[in-house]
Design a protein around this ligand. Structure first.
Ligand SMILES: O=C(O)CCC(=O)c1ccccc1C(=O)O
Ligand SMILES: [Mg+2]
Length: 338
């Protein structure tokens, strides 16, 4: 993906305020039990850089461009003061569903992880059934397979889960042609298909929309290069969008909330309630869901939480070196464009 960078602050300005944290999760999510992130302060406030540790520098530079955009560039006007969010239900046992949902007070929507390696479709059915039971018939349920099914598996699973009245199925299969094929197969069931990885990890984030392979786009500010780039992508895609977190600290969630707040229309609840999945955050006032929504505001970290959640010196060095390399890539890309 070509990342258009509007602001590249000097590296020294970034590293001067940078903190690296390792936040413990309440439940394992995406195989992660501790989430590492870097945060630093720009002239417009605190910002976050937190590509997953396995991501390469090229992909991670888009996340750094997003951090610079949020900390250094002008934020778009907020059209709403708070953002309704979904509860995010990791691939837990059905018996643990009520405890997870209790962390998202007031949420009328739940996103349920399915297709976890090592689990069966029966586990997914039991988990989604427990969510429907807890939310009642008015609740909205979406499932997220993170591209782990093939087209036949997805069709089979959707037929088994359809009884729970799904709002949409997020990234059931990996590729745009597979999404298009599955969408054709399940269209008679009235099931909507959402694209996540096909947007945020694609060479062209608009390809899935152009191919007519999805009904909804899941949009994350950091992998798409920031609030302003994500806004342009959404406008061009012309599909309803769900702004979601990448399991960010409350600072990254605030970036997502700023993005969701700037959208002319917000039809679906957003995946920005994930502060509730952390045992501890970077701020004394985390962006936790209250009455099913999070507020749109800047987040300032607390010195004591930055200290108590600080990553090891070795991990800190690793993150600062990563910032330096990605900063170099962004600077080179801009020099080439000039
Ligand atoms: O959308 C949500 O409810 C929470 C965010 C989420 O699920 C997520 C968080 C980190 C990495 C990937 C994903 C995902 O949507 O696949
Ligand atoms: Mg997803």
């Amino acid at each position: 993906m070509t990342t258009s960078v509007h602001e590249i602050p000097p590296l020294g300005d970034v590293l001067r305020t940078a903190h690296v944290v390792a936040l413990p999760m309440v439940t394992r999510f995406r195989g992660i039990t501790v989430r590492e992130a870097a945060v630093f302060e720009g002239p417009n406030g605190w910002t976050e850089f937190s590509p997953f540790v396995e991501y390469g520098d090229e992909e991670s530079s888009a996340w750094l461009a997003a951090a610079f955009d949020y900390g250094w560039a002008e934020a778009p006007a907020a059209l709403r003061p708070s953002i309704p969010v979904n509860a995010t239900v990791p691939a837990v046992a059905a018996a643990d569903v009520p405890a997870v949902l209790a962390r998202f007070p007031g949420a009328r929507t739940a996103k349920v992880k399915v297709a976890d390696p090592g689990q069966s479709l029966a586990d997914d059915v039991a988990r989604v059934a427990a969510v429907r039971e807890a939310l009642g018939s008015e609740g909205r349920i979406r499932v997220d397979a993170n591209a782990l099914w093939n087209v036949d598996e997805a069709e089979h699973a959707i037929r088994a889960l359809e009884q729970f009245d799904l709002e949409y199925v997020e990234q059931p299969v990996a590729t745009v042609p597979e999404l298009a094929e599955l969408r054709r197969r399940v269209s008679r069931l009235g099931i909507l298909i959402a694209a996540d990885e096909s947007v945020r990890k694609a060479a062209d984030p608009l390809a899935v929309a152009r191919a007519g392979a999805a009904d909804v786009l899941v949009i994350k500010a950091q992998p798409l290069g920031g609030v302003s780039t994500a806004l342009s992508i959404m406008a061009e895609a012309g599909l309803p969008c769900v702004v979601s977190s990448a399991l960010d600290t409350s600072i990254g969630l605030a970036m997502g909330a700023a993005l969701a707040a700037a959208l002319p229309s917000l039809e679906f609840d957003c995946g920005l309630g994930t502060a509730a999945l952390f045992e501890s955050d970077v701020t004394d006032a985390p962006l936790l869901p209250v009455d099913g929504a999070i507020p749109v505001r800047r987040v300032v970290p607390s010195e004591s939480l930055l200290a108590s959640n600080a990553a090891s010196p070795e991990r800190r060095r690793w993150w600062l070196a990563r910032i330096e390399r990605c900063h170099g890539l962004l600077s080179a890309a801009r020099a080439a464009a000039e």
